[in-house]
Design a protein around this ligand. Structure first.
Ligand SMILES: Nc1ncnc2c1ncn2[C@@H]1O[C@H](COP(=O)(O)OP(=O)(O)OP(=O)(O)O)[C@@H](O)[C@H]1O
Ligand SMILES: [Mg+2]
Length: 103
């Protein structure tokens, strides 16, 4: 299952070493791999492209791949809410943010 992943760039080229290094780092985390932890650099240098290419090369290795746009907290929350829906997670204590009732 995967969601919200940007389309693959058919013109993606090179980056073989980086993709391998990324794989090594992600595999040390058995249950959950968080991609951006391994990607940083100047704007436009190709971080998103590497993440996207990695995902398409390894879709079969994961039960779930979810793209979380982290530009701002609202994006993050919306994306995780979408994920919760897809997973059919029950809305529980955790979904109510802040001090709502009572105390
Ligand atoms: N390996 C690649 N092969 C071909 N084109 C690439 C590659 N890497 C980057 N590009 C081109 O450069 C553009 C910018 O790359 P990308 O969006 O990944 O940058 P970024 O580092 O995520 O930038 P930002 O920090 O602004 O998010 C892409 O839209 C693509 O056209
Ligand atoms: Mg980017």
């Amino acid at each position: 299952m995967w969601g919200s992943i940007p389309p693959r760039n058919p013109n993606f080229t090179g980056r073989v070493d980086l993709l391998h290094a990324l794989g090594d780092r992600l595999k040390s985390d058995v249950f959950t791999a968080v991609l951006p932890s391994a990607l940083h650099g100047m704007g436009g240098i190709g971080k998103t492209q590497i993440a996207v290419e990695y995902i398409y090369q390894h879709l079969g290795d994961y039960d779930l791949v979810w793209w979380v746009e982290a530009a701002n907290p609202t994006h993050i929350r919306a994306s995780l809410t979408e994920l919760a829906k897809v997973l059919d997670l029950p809305r529980g204590r955790g979904s109510q943010h802040g001090r709502s009732s009572g105390s």
